[in-house]
Design a binder for this molecule. Structure first.
Ligand code: PBG
Length: 333
């Protein structure tokens, strides 16, 4: 703008920053417990609790222990848990355990839904915990992950989770067309309220390493990667295509993953589509922050809340984060 000299305002942006009251008045984004989705690792058996070495502070828990965690999350106002099973038995090439109604996930879902009916329970839809090769789908003789054959199994897995009472299913497999197949199967089975959170823009990222340790799939996967189905970190327009398709196919919520290094994608997705948009602060991001916090290099409270607020600023409506409990406690203070 070209103001005549005498009208030039004296720009001092620091004026509004001077006091807490005016900083609060101009604050554009806020983080609350409502924004948090808590990913948890569940073990088979009873009275089991294990630390995950590459994710300091994160526990794998059997159902009886998880109930206390779920109760705490609920009391802190966290809307939803995301369940990840640590499966040690019955891994096969074709992942039959993924849709065993007496399997770990459906059992845990039924109990959580009974004990805490108001708590949202989201299940991960992908075959990697159940395949002997650690890939998210069925493979051909060369190890290529088969798209349509995998979808048939994912649909069975979703119906199994929905029967058990999961209110949200979250396909994290990146097969083409799976959202449509899942939505149609849910409608046909009368599960018209089951929400789909699509891992729409999921990148083939090195930041998932600690998660694979946590669920014990890294050993099965070995040196193989997931680049034939997860996205290339170099791409951004492709993420918009993925999201557009998932919305058309019937997703209620879309997700970008990883989180912090991909906030540009979150912003583009939110601007382009304006649908409920989520981001996953993944295991590697958590591990990095925890390592620095553990060494005293970063201030835990400040850096955790800042990292989560950054997701809100980028346009996310919610964040999957291993810091959910800690962040909710900090926000209460
Ligand atoms: C598996 C799945 C992964 C994560 C969530 N679901 C790992 C992968 O795709 O290999 C990663 C989560 C994290 O790193 O915190 N379908």
């Amino acid at each position: 703008m070209n103001f005549p000299t005498r009208y030039v305002p004296h720009s001092r942006l620091r004026r509004m920053r001077k006091d807490d009251f005016s900083r609060r008045l101009m604050r554009e984004h806020t983080l609350t417990a409502d924004d948090l989705i808590y990913p948890v690792f569940v073990l088979e058996g009873h009275n089991q609790e294990e630390a995950v070495p590459s994710m300091p502070g994160v526990l794998r828990q059997s159902l009886d222990k998880l109930l206390f965690t779920a109760e705490e999350a609920l009391k802190l106002g966290i809307p939803m848990l995301a369940l990840f099973p640590v499966v040690t038995r019955n891994k096969t090439e074709t992942a039959e355990e993924a849709y065993n109604p007496e399997g770990l996930v459906p059992t845990v879902v039924r109990t959580l839904r009974e004990q805490f009916p108001e708590l949202g329970i989201m299940t991960d839809v992908a075959l990697d915990p159940y395949t002997s090769h650690g890939q998210d789908g069925l493979t051909d003789a060369r190890g290529y992950v088969l798209n349509d054959e995998t979808i048939d199994v994912l649909v069975k897995q979703v119906l199994c989770h929905a029967e058990a009472g999961a209110q949200v299913v979250a396909p994290s497999d990146m097969m083409d067309g799976r959202i449509l197949a899942i939505r149609e199967a849910l409608e046909d089975a009368g599960h018209i309220h089951t929400r789909i959170m699509a891992y729409s823009a999921k990148y083939a990222s090195a930041f998932y390493g600690p998660f694979r340790d946590a669920v014990g799939s890294s050993g099965n996967l070995g040196k193989a990667d997931k680049k034939t189905y997860q996205m290339d970190p170099a791409n951004s327009n492709e993420a918009l295509q993925e999201v557009a398709l998932d919305i058309q196919e019937g997703a209620d919520m879309v997700m970008v993953k990883p989180g912090m290094p991909y906030l540009d994608i979150v912003r583009r997705v939110k601007d382009e589509f304006g649908v409920p948009t989520y981001a996953y602060q993944v295991s590697g991001e958590y591990a990095m922050l925890q390592a620095a916090i553990g060494n005293g290099w970063l201030d835990a409270e400040k850096v955790i809340l800042e990292s989560l607020l950054a997701f809100k600023r980028a346009g996310a409506d919610g964040i999957l984060t291993y810091y959910s409990i800690e962040a909710a406690k900090m926000l209460k203070k």
